[in-house]
Ligand binder design. Structure first.
Ligand SMILES: [Zn+2]
Length: 504
């Protein structure tokens, strides 16, 4: 009779911007998403999609399931040691109490750094390995904006990573991880992990070329069984980590040599595309001038993405630089979503809808994110515990308010969140089709929701608080040579690696 595996699952995730003036503690996890064992909601969140998928397998009688803690904090600054120790020990004690486990499935992010641990995920996976021994299968999902460490590689059997940016495939990534882990348990496959250090850091949206075709190619390689799984770590430039940068992960069925070749060939191909991967960006001023011109010719609004004041990258998300510039240019019919300002939200809620108040909002966390805006505003709408959708996931905005002044509408929220979807505006009573310009704060996760509603997308690179230039970031933990800090990081290897001839 076929043995049914006993599986433990848990998810601890956040993305740490080590340059951020913010700090992360347990309250930030609780505020965004924190559920005790067996309390995970039916809908998946980005890194905890493993839970609903494993429940389906359990329902079919394919597995026995021990559910652990699941938590996610909006990306922010360094986690304090007390919080990291607490969360890690919570998972480890659940593992110890979990009975005889065959498989552990972890939904992690991969860019979590605390003030006492530079590699939280590596530390967690290794600690679980130490408790359970070498025979238990450990499957892990990561976000591509992460740092892949040797500890992770050495202690996990399966690693799968979201291929898409925006991360629309988080459910599929979890399914792949679980599927491969169970196949390993059933002895159908013998996974071998091969990685390659691409030695570069940039941003790699998959909504544009050449990254679109590169990801499609990788998906085809999986489909035609060239490898069991191929993933790309993009890296996260705001995390000062020794493992910073892009990496390729190939999992083969017991063929390390082939996996090494696939990883290095794909890695060098990605490196050759490095100058074309990031979207073209414009300064705050140029972005607004362009939008002003374009909106005269188009019926649909123009979208300006403030790609660096993105709370999803660990900054506060309260920059006023773009909105102040728009005000100084006397632009009308603009909506901005959102500015994180819990104090201003409280004042709006206390004043109530239709109140006209003098409000100071935004620009409070850093002197590099513009100064606060002082305006007499109409409190147009207030919403308690607002949410926005990201795929099937619900993202909390906390109590929120829409304020209106001088032909401009601004969403203020109290839970930090990047702009994922148009419902951030519509739930706050803003009709986006009536607007000429929409300003949002996100690097690329906004794309699929907004694309049908706008005529143009302008990526604004506003120099502010985010460390957006790797050459100037003064990383202290990064010791490897990576592009664009170093022009030719592969010099020594080039001759050898470029000659790889495996047909993929
Ligand atoms: Zn990401």
């Amino acid at each position: 009779m076929k043995k049914i595996p006993r599986i433990y699952c848990a998810s601890i995730a956040t993305e740490t911007n080590t340059f951020s003036p913010l700090r992360t503690d347990l309250k930030n996890f609780e505020e965004t998403f924190y559920v005790k064992p067996n309390k995970h909601p039916k809908t998946p969140t980005l890194c905890s999609a493993i839970f609903p998928i494993l429940r389906k397998r359990k329902k079919k009688g394919e597995i026995k399931l021990v559910e652990g803690t699941a938590t996610w904090a909006e990306p922010g600054g360094l986690i304090n040691s007390k919080t990291w120790n607490y969360l890690k020990n919570e998972i480890l004690s659940e593992v110890k109490k979990g009975g005889k486990l065959d498989i552990v499935i972890l939904g992690l992010h991969g860019a979590m750094i605390s003030d006492n641990c530079i590699d939280c995920e590596g530390d967690l996976i290794k600690s679980i390995r130490n408790i359970l021994g070498p025979k238990v299968i450990i499957g892990v999902t990561f976000d591509p904006h992460s740092h892949l460490s040797k500890k992770c590689e050495d202690n996990a059997n399966i690693i799968t990573v979201f291929k898409e940016f925006p991360h629309t495939d988080f459910v599929e990534t979890a399914e792949d991880c679980i599927d491969l882990s169970i196949k390993t348990f059933d002895k159908i496959i013998k996974p071998q992990i091969s990685t390659f250090d691409v030695k570069m850091i940039t941003i790699l949206p998959t909504t544009k070329e050449p990254m679109r075709s590169f990801v499609d190619k990788i998906k085809n390689l999986e489909k035609n069984n060239t490898a069991l799984s191929i993933s790309i770590i993009h890296g996260f430039m705001a995390g000062d980590s020794p493992d910073l940068g892009a990496k390729i992960i190939t999992i083969t069925d017991n063929n390390k040599k082939k996996g090494d070749k696939i990883s290095s060939q794909l890695g060098m191909e990605l490196f050759s595309l490095r100058k074309y991967l990031a979207p073209k960006t414009f300064s705050a001023h140029t972005s607004l001038i362009k939008a002003k011109k374009l909106c005269q010719k188009n019926k649909k609004p123009i979208l300006i993405a403030d790609i660096w004041d993105n709370p999803g990258g660990g900054v506060a998300g309260d920059s006023t630089i773009l909105i102040k510039k728009a005000m100084s240019m006397n632009l009308k019919k603009i909506a901005l979503g959102s500015i994180w300002d819990p104090v201003a939200v409280n004042i709006c809620h206390a004043a109530g809808e239709k109140a006209i108040i003098n409000l100071r909002f935004g620009g409070k966390i850093s002197s590099m994110a513009g100064s606060p805006v002082n305006k007499q505003v109409l409190v147009k709408k207030i919403v308690k515990n607002a949410f926005q959708k990201f795929g099937t996931s619900l993202v909390p905005l906390g109590d929120s308010a829409c304020i209106s002044f001088d032909g401009i509408e601004v969403v203020l929220n109290s839970n930090r969140s990047q702009t994922f979807s148009t419902d951030l505006f519509t739930k706050l009573g803003i009709n986006i089709s009536n607007k000429k310009i929409l300003i949002i704060k996100s690097t690329n996760h906004f794309f699929h929701s907004f694309f049908p509603h706008v005529s143009n997308i302008i990526y604004a690179s506003v120099n502010g608080i985010y460390p957006n230039n790797p050459k100037k970031n003064n990383y202290s933990k990064l010791k490897r040579r990576i592009w664009p800090i170093v022009k030719k990081p592969h010099t020594k290897l080039n001759g050898k690696n470029m000659k790889i001839t495996i047909k993929i």
